[in-house]
Design a protein around this ligand. Structure first.
Ligand code: B1M
Length: 213
């Protein structure tokens, strides 16, 4: 069984300890890096989502799968990735959050970890973040970039509303706004007047590096 298949089996068994031990062993044996493991976990979660869509699994299992991977990400992989970025000079300040009405955190946290590992100072505001809070925190932390994640079709409109808020306040030119999340797209980002869109965490790093260069 490949490493990804082992992870998938452990996630679908909701075996938190097994996910962690597979990751730990692969790191110890240098079979995979923390970044590679995070990508595999991301792929596994996408497969979990497909099974939910096909009604092969239901909401309690979706929640259990998310909780199963979150422990390994928070306690094992994220600290390693953060440590690798510690000595790098700050490329820019990013305020990041999942938009109001939306509590999906895994993808947004991956984006945050990757940005941090690539030299950005990241302020992760968490989930269910109102437009006014994005602005307040961006001003408080002196952000260069505001990153907004949305995983629900009904929550992505908050990204548009936020850009409208910036315009109303006469602050549109003060920040670069980048958006992402499964229901969003490059066209959506263009339509709402965002400064950029990324498909995944690696794309988000490239995009943000481009915006600050
Ligand atoms: Co929910 N959920 N969920 N969910 N959930 C989705 C998103 C869904 C597609 C599942 C489905 O029906 N097929 C669907 C949304 C449909 C839609 O609107 N289009 C859905 C739904 C409907 C819901 C609820 C409404 C279910 C209900 O209650 N009936 C509910 C909503 C609650 C709310 O937010 N108010 C809900 C709840 C949950 C859980 C709590 C159970 C859990 C989240 C736990 C958590 O995050 N802590 C959950 C999960 C796990 C999922 C799926 C299965 C997986 C999401 C995930 O973590 N993916 C998801 C199905 C799917 O994605 N196929 C689904 C892995 C992650 C690595 O990918 O988040 O896409 P992703 O992030 C990627 C990219 O999108 C991108 O980079 C990331 C890393 O590569 N990216 C950015 C993300 N943000 C970015 C920001 C950027 C740039 C790139 O710049 C700033």
């Amino acid at each position: 069984m490949s490493l990804k298949e082992q992870l998938q089996t452990a996630v679908l068994d909701f075996d938190e300890n097994k996910v962690k031990s597979i990751c730990k062993t692969s790191l110890d044996n240098k079979q995979a890096t923390a970044v590679e493991l995070l990508r595999m976990i991301g792929d596994v979660m996408k497969q979990v989502g497909d099974r939910f869509e096909k009604e092969e699994i239901f909401l309690p299992e979706l929640i259990a799968a998310a909780n199963t991977v979150k422990v390994t990400i928070d306690e094992l992989l994220d600290p390693i990735i953060r440590e690798s970025g510690v000595k790098k000079e700050t490329k820019g300040v990013v305020v990041l959050g999942t938009v109001e009405g939306d509590i999906h955190s895994i993808g947004k946290d991956l984006v945050g970890s990757f940005l941090f590992a690539n030299g950005f100072e990241v302020h992760n505001l968490g989930v269910d973040v109102a437009p006014e809070m994005f602005l307040e925190k961006a001003e408080e932390f002196g952000a260069t970039i505001i990153g907004m994640s949305a995983l629900l079709s009904i929550s992505m409109d908050i990204q548009r509303k936020f850009i409208e808020l910036l315009k109303r306040e006469g602050k549109r030119d003060k920040f670069k706004v980048v958006v992402g999340g499964a229901p969003t797209s490059e066209d959506w980002a263009k339509n709402i007047g965002a400064d950029g869109w990324a498909d995944d965490a690696i794309g988000a790093v490239k995009l943000c590096l481009g915006l600050v260069s």
